[in-house]
Design a protein. Structure first.
Length: 402
């Protein structure tokens, strides 16, 4: 039967047991010296042997127990779930109490932080469910903090050797609707279209009609806006779409610049930036502008190409398992080899290191930085970017004035 106890309650129970044994020792002393020596000797032997036997059995049982730990692989933010722990015992004797205490990351909130304890009857498995709620999006871990076996008298506690590994859970970030993002969306779209036109003028061969040598047709609602030939459309007074050319390789790049998180405040800022970036990516693909998302997980850089809303939703699932807890997640220019037309850097730490990196991106296109806050000592970043945007918890974007 499962029972929840606080650490204080466990300590009080132990004190009660010790007090009871001391009382029995006092009674044994009285019996031995003043009433019946034979009964007193028997009681003393019991008081000595009972704790020893209880401790030996508990120690043997701790080596016979192993646990299995199960949690969902993915879940949405705010969802309540159960962390399932099942104990198995090879011992043929009943085990008085198995005590369990989990240690969730800051991503999760445990319903009840008290220690869970349960008795085991012979070799029958014991199943425990511990309720939790996903508080923050991203990759989180739940580990076993304490797993012990106590003896029958509650005097001794022994750690279980076979402790299950920590469980990794991906909390899927939301894709919010942004407010105040129209100016940045217009600026990024213009930067990409300008670079498209420059590349087209440089590389395209012209036919006798002085239009690029591609097959064209009239625009149909739903066509990718990147395929529209704006110059030919202006000449013919109607929108013309290229049929035999894939979407331009010029894609605006959203880049995450995350420093190692160690507290809840950093976790909040990182979550806001991730969800804000997904919201902006959704706006871009809805406008027919393919884009890329670059981020480092456990020090390894990854690139996702997004061309439609389904791809943005898939990116949200990918980000749920991205681990930003270790070093190596700051921006790295060596992975920015392509011409993107526009670079939007979402940073939890807009410091001098980031400013120096952004300076080197200016030759490649429009550069903007998105932050959740910009302290006075970090205002220098304004001079190394085309724009700085502040994203608040309600996903409203506001330009920071230079």
């Amino acid at each position: 039967m499962m029972k929840r106890q606080s650490k204080t309650a466990v300590f009080v129970e132990r004190l009660k047991t010790i007090f009871g044994l001391l009382m029995m020792a006092g009674m044994a002393y009285v019996f031995t010296h003043y009433l019946d020596a034979d009964i007193g000797v028997v009681v003393c032997a019991f008081l000595i042997l009972a704790p020893l036997i209880s401790a030996v059995l508990a120690k043997l049982a701790s080596n016979q127990i192993h646990a299995e730990f199960k949690t969902p692989d993915y879940l949405t933010k705010g969802r309540h779930f159960q962390a399932d722990v099942t104990f198995y015992s090879k011992s043929k004797l009943p085990i008085p109490f198995v005590r369990l205490e989990l240690k969730p990351d800051l991503n999760f909130v445990q319903d009840d932080s008290r220690t869970v304890q349960s008795a085991m009857i012979f070799d029958e498995p014991v199943h425990l469910e511990i309720g939790m709620t996903a508080k923050y999006a991203g990759c989180g871990y739940i580990s076993v903090d304490t797993l012990t076996v106590s003896d029958y008298l509650g005097l001794f506690t022994f750690p279980v050797r076979n402790i299950p590994d920590s469980m990794k859970i991906g909390v899927i970030p939301a894709i919010p609707s942004l407010t105040g993002a129209g100016v940045m969306l217009h600026t990024v779209s213009d930067a990409v279209l300008t670079m498209d036109e420059e590349e087209e003028e440089t590389s395209a061969s012209f036919t006798s009609q002085t239009t690029p040598g591609y097959v064209h047709r009239d625009y149909i609602p739903g066509d990718n806006l990147k395929r529209i030939n704006w110059k030919l459309s202006a000449k013919r007074n109607r929108l013309m779409v290229r049929m035999d050319e894939s979407a331009s390789a010029v894609r605006p790049a959203l880049v995450f610049d995350f420093h190692t998180e160690g507290d809840e405040d950093t976790l909040k800022r990182r979550e806001t930036l991730i969800e804000g970036a997904l919201g902006f990516l959704s706006l871009l693909v809805k406008q027919g502008v393919p884009c890329s998302l670059r981020y480092a997980s456990e020090g390894t850089w990854k690139c996702l190409i997004l061309e439609n809303e389904d791809a943005v939703e898939s990116a949200a699932v990918e980000l749920a398992t991205a681990d930003f807890r270790n070093d190596g997640n700051r921006i790295d220019l060596s992975v920015m080899s392509e011409r993107a037309g526009a670079y939007l850097v979402y940073s939890t730490q807009p410091d001098a290191v980031l400013s120096e990196q952004l300076k080197q991106l200016h030759d490649k296109g429009y550069v903007a930085c998105v932050v959740t806050e910009l302290p006075e000592e970090q205002m220098a970043i304004l001079s190394t970017t085309d724009a700085v945007w502040r994203l608040d918890e309600d996903f409203a974007m506001n330009a920071v004035q230079k």
